[in-house]
Design a protein around this ligand. Structure first.
Ligand code: ZN
Length: 160
């Protein structure tokens, strides 16, 4: 069935930046899944998914505005290193976890000192044009429970 509101979609994707550098892929692992029309994925990808069906493969190019937003240069701040969770060495460009009052969030290291680090709290993919190479594996109708929760249950989805 073609993808529309209330469709659960299983798909493989490879995400690259504009220069063709691969950033992430689901291939070689479990496919990704989402509930269409429930803001589970970025708007630019969701609109490209609409009307596609199982077996379709396509490339979707998503602008920053339709992806993770524009990069805000004011969102660089200096924090004590003890507020960061990371493995190994703190290096510029590394994505680490910052402990905040609302929980942990991914931030990018700009500069690391002995006791403090300058971190960029923009989403790591903010400001980037994203190129998705998509293969739709399966589509199905969402269950009433999935619709009321606004997300997919079962493999690749929420377990609760
Ligand atoms: Zn649920």
């Amino acid at each position: 069935m073609p993808i529309g509101p209330e469709t659960v979609v299983n798909f493989h994707y490879t995400l690259s930046d504009e220069s063709g550098k691969e950033l992430e892929t689901s291939r070689g692992g479990d496919p990704a899944t989402y509930l269409h029309g429930a803001n589970n994925i970025i708007p630019g990808l969701e609109s490209e998914m609409a009307g596609k069906d199982a077996g379709d493969s396509f490339t979707a190019t998503v602008s920053p505005e339709q992806g993770y937003g524009l990069r805000d240069p004011d969102r660089v701040q200096r924090v004590p290193i003890k507020h960061l969770a990371f493995k190994g060495k703190l290096r510029p460009g590394a994505v680490v976890q910052l402990s905040t009052s609302e929980g942990m969030r991914a931030v990018t290291v700009v500069k690391a000192g002995r006791h403090t680090a300058d971190i960029d709290t923009n989403h790591p993919l903010a400001g980037q044009t994203l190129v998705f190479d998509i293969e739709i594996l399966e589509t199905r109708n969402a269950s009433a429970e999935e619709l009321s929760h606004g997300h997919v249950h079962g493999p690749g989805g929420h377990h609760h």
